[in-house]
Design a protein around this ligand. Structure first.
Ligand SMILES: Nc1nc2c(ncn2[C@@H]2O[C@H](COP(=O)(O)OP(=O)(O)OP(=O)(O)O)[C@@H](O)[C@H]2O)c(=O)[nH]1
Ligand SMILES: [Mg+2]
Length: 313
């Protein structure tokens, strides 16, 4: 719990940690009423006929309900942020995996910015962090870092932990980063897969990313790849295998973000703005007739809504 508190960097993380600590304390207050009173000495007044213990408990309950309201507010704001991000017509990639697998290191290597905090300790990342990444084929995608999974999470923190993983359910592709050098990898991977399913994201394509392959012998690397032909073997630390990983991401995303064509009559050109909002335009060609031919990447949903608008126009 203390490790979590020290590393809780987001506002929501801090609120959740305090809430968890108070909820932990409340039922255990029995014999400690006096101690708490002494600690907080002098603040507020006890009601008539109220024991010190009752008074402490009342104050704790007040604080707990205030925290719960604040957390509700922060959740709303996070929903809004995600909605805004969802309006950007770029494929969304969620980077998930066990703690210490190298997710933040991978994101840093991909963006070559050091804006994402990478650290060896538990929960180096508490707030999901999104980065724009340029892809080999020339497009861009949004990669979101998430909090690492751990086996034994204090029960009271499970919900805040899950909340940050909601990102996963909105992703077009999930990167499941695994520490290939750890003997615990298969067990950890099972835990992560179970949680992905529990979150309801089992339909989303998952790419297994075996990281830290710089720590493996060539023979073990070859065996791992032979046993997992679809997996991407990388070393985020040394920047190896990243292009091939991004190509796999493009391939997986292309199942949802398909390449399509649209042709606009001159009187439909007013809809161009809408099209750029809903799709990634990769090519435009003007025809002698004055029509505009577009090649673009879009999801079925966005493409169909664009077609409907063009027909109505
Ligand atoms: N040898 C080696 N070490 C790596 C590699 N990638 C990451 N590491 C190290 O592994 C540790 C954990 O990396 P992070 O990127 O913080 O891991 P994370 O998955 O983001 O962890 P959480 O945020 O706790 O979930 C750090 O000490 C990294 O330097 C790699 O490719 N090779
Ligand atoms: Mg991290």
């Amino acid at each position: 719990m203390d490790i979590f508190a020290q590393r809780a960097r987001t506002q929501e993380g801090k609120l959740q940690v305090e809430l968890a600590q108070l909820k932990y304390l409340l039922p255990r207050l029995g014999g400690q009423g006096t101690a708490l009173m002494q600690q907080k000495g002098g603040i507020g007044l006890r009601g008539p006929g109220e024991t010190k213990l009752e008074y402490d408990k009342r104050r704790l309950r007040l604080r707990i309900s205030k925290l719960e309201k604040e957390i509700e507010q922060v959740k709303k704001e996070r929903g809004l942020r995600r909605e805004r991000r969802g309006q950007i017509p770029l494929p969304q990639i969620a980077v998930v995996g066990y703690t210490n697998a190298g997710k933040s290191t991978l994101l840093n290597a991909l963006t070559r910015q050091n804006a994402v905090y990478a650290d060896d300790k538990l929960f180096a990342t508490l707030d999901p962090t999104t980065r724009r990444v340029r892809m080999p084929a020339g497009g861009e995608m949004l990669f979101t870092d998430t909090v690492g999974f751990i086996q034994k999470l204090p029960h009271s923190l499970v919900s805040s932990f899950r909340a940050t993983l909601e990102e996963t359910t909105f992703a077009d592709v999930i990167l499941h980063v695994q520490d290939a050098s750890s003997p615990a990898r298969p067990r950890q991977a099972d835990t992560v897969r179970r949680i992905i399913t529990e979150l309801g994201a089992q339909q989303t394509p998952v790419i297994d990313v075996f990281n830290k392959t710089d720590l493996l012998s060539p023979a073990r690397r070859a065996l791992l790849q032979a046993q997992n032909p679809a997996a991407a073997l990388i070393s985020a630390g040394q920047g190896l295998g990243l292009t091939s990983l991004l190509e796999k991401v493009e391939e997986a995303a292309a199942r949802k973000w398909k390449l399509r064509r649209l042709s606009l009559r001159p009187d439909q050109l007013g809809l161009l703005g809408k099209i750029y909002e809903k799709a990634i335009v990769t090519g435009r060609q003007e025809k002698p007739s004055g029509a505009l031919e577009l090649t673009l990447m879009a999801t079925d949903g966005n493409y169909n809504s664009l077609l409907k608008r063009l027909k109505l126009h």
